[in-house]
Ligand binder design. Structure first.
Ligand code: SF4
Length: 173
């Protein structure tokens, strides 16, 4: 087993209006070697070799795996963070066990362009999504920490175009 345990830590992001937690797991082992295999298995969003890290998109959250740490944003509560960490632990250990049958991937997926997203947003800066501007919203959609559906002002045509555009960008898990 590559990963036997970890120490959890939960904290609020610096933004005082934020309602979600950030969750960190400080790992008791080094998972660096499994990251390219996980990139294949889970369809990574971004993979870097220097410094080594793999980012995954998961239900509008960004999960970043480093050799000795896992960071998850937009966590509703501690129970949700623990559930995601346990799922990741299982995926890490299963992928490590089966690595001889998996082709490692060092590829980086194409990231959706902020400009392409903002073109389809209402640009009202109405703040109904909880963010100060549509540009900030576009940045967060591009990074995967927000869903396009979180903009309540999107008209049906723009919504369908945005969905189509985002679906051909990075894979979601
Ligand atoms: S809800 Fe939509 S229109 Fe309003 S600020 Fe957010 S992204 Fe812009």
């Amino acid at each position: 087993m590559l990963l036997e345990g970890y120490r959890k830590e939960f904290c609020l992001p610096p933004n005082p209006k934020a309602k979600h937690l950030r969750c960190y797991a400080h790992l008791d082992g080094n998972i660096g070697e499994v990251l390219p295999y996980l990139n294949t298995v889970l369809g990574g969003y971004q993979y870097y070799q220097e410094p080594q890290m793999l980012t995954l998109k998961f239900q509008a959250k960004l999960i970043t795996l480093y050799p000795k740490m896992i960071a998850i944003n937009m966590v509703a509560d501690e129970a949700e963070g623990e559930k995601i960490l346990e799922w990741l632990k299982e995926e890490i250990n299963n992928t490590w066990k089966n690595r001889s049958e998996i082709k490692p991937s060092f590829e980086v997926s194409a990231k959706p362009r902020i400009l392409d997203i903002i073109k389809l947003l209402p640009k009202d800066n109405c703040r109904e999504c909880g963010l100060p501007t549509c540009l900030v919203f576009a940045v967060q959609v591009s990074e995967g920490s927000r869903l396009y559906k979180d903009c309540s002002k999107l008209d049906p045509l723009s919504k369908s175009k945005l969905k189509k555009y985002l679906n051909r960008c990075p894979p979601t898990i």
